[in-house]
Design a protein around this ligand. Structure first.
Ligand code: PEP
Length: 271
């Protein structure tokens, strides 16, 4: 197996003004000067902060948290891949569970139930369209997959992940898969402070790798970086990163301050 460079990815979600984004990126650049070892840092920022992040991203890649699959047209409120490239984006997150579920599966989020909730939700087909559009436009996608608490309780975890990968990666060529990121993010773990037990996170990440091998080939599966997301923190990162199939982290809450993201970056650089 070739060495896979670990990835420390920050998902800011709906946080940070332009001024806050600039301050964060300046602080991050300072921290990165003191990091030895190989690590790739990606900052998935809100649309409005992307230009500022890109301007101050000496040591990081710049990602959007979503995109639309048409380049332009009558799609009020959407943001296209060429627009993202125009402001300096290199990466795009697709299929985050907060896009699939909070806005998309009303029965799982009763407070969001209703017409609006069901209009904006991503499903595997739209996630695939977004991923393909990102690749067409020159962005590197990070595809998020993960089971809900109910799916895990019903013993459906493996089947859910395999289906999300099969549909999400439809028509994606092997070279693209090898170069992209896949985030395993158990939905029940996101933002809850309860990370997946490391052996189980590694097992499911191994299942992701095996599914990629089945969909493409063994060298592609060997090359693709699979990152874990779900309450990763400075406290648990050391238990997750050394594991065979975990090539880094997609970090929400703990990425909002450079102070708590830095230990995760450093752990990635050492792994
Ligand atoms: C995420 O937003 O992808 C995430 C993993 O969030 P958190 O780290 O807060 O659980």
């Amino acid at each position: 197996m070739g060495k896979r460079v670990a990835v420390a990815a920050a998902n800011w979600k709906m946080n940070k003004t332009v001024a806050e984004a600039k301050a964060y990126m300046t602080e991050l650049a300072g921290v990165m000067q003191g990091v030895s070892g190989e690590v790739e840092v990606v900052v998935f920022a809100p649309f409005l902060a992307l230009r500022a992040v890109a301007k101050h991203a000496d040591a990081a890649r710049v990602g959007a948290q979503d995109c639309f699959w048409h380049d332009s047209g009558a799609f009020t409120g959407e943001v296209s891949v060429p627009m993202l490239v125009d402001v300096g984006c290199t990466d795009v997150l697709v299929g985050h569970s907060e896009r699939r579920r909070r806005f998309g599966v009303p029965e799982q989020k009763a407070e969001m139930a209703g017409e609006v909730g069901s209009v904006f939700g991503d499903n595997d087909a739209s996630v695939n369209q977004k991923l393909l559009a990102g690749v067409r436009g020159g962005l590197r996608p990070c595809l998020c997959v993960g089971e809900s608490e109910d799916e895990r309780k019903r013993g459906e975890t493996d089947a859910v992940i395999e289906a999300q990968l099969r549909r999400g990666l439809a028509e994606v060529d092997a070279a693209t898969v090898a170069a992209m990121l896949i985030a395993y993010e158990p939905v029940w773990s996101i933002g809850t402070g309860i990370a997946c037990e490391p052996p189980e996170a590694n097992r499911v990440s191994g299942l992701v790798r095996a599914a990629v091998a089945a969909l493409t080939d063994a060298p592609t599966a060997d090359a693709v970086r699979i990152i874990y997301g779900g309450s990763m923190s400075p406290k648990n990162v050391a238990d997750l990163l050394p594991l065979e199939h975990i090539d880094g982290g997609l970090v929400g809450g703990a990425s909002l301050k450079v102070e708590t993201f830095e230990p995760i970056i450093r752990a990635c650089a050492c792994s």
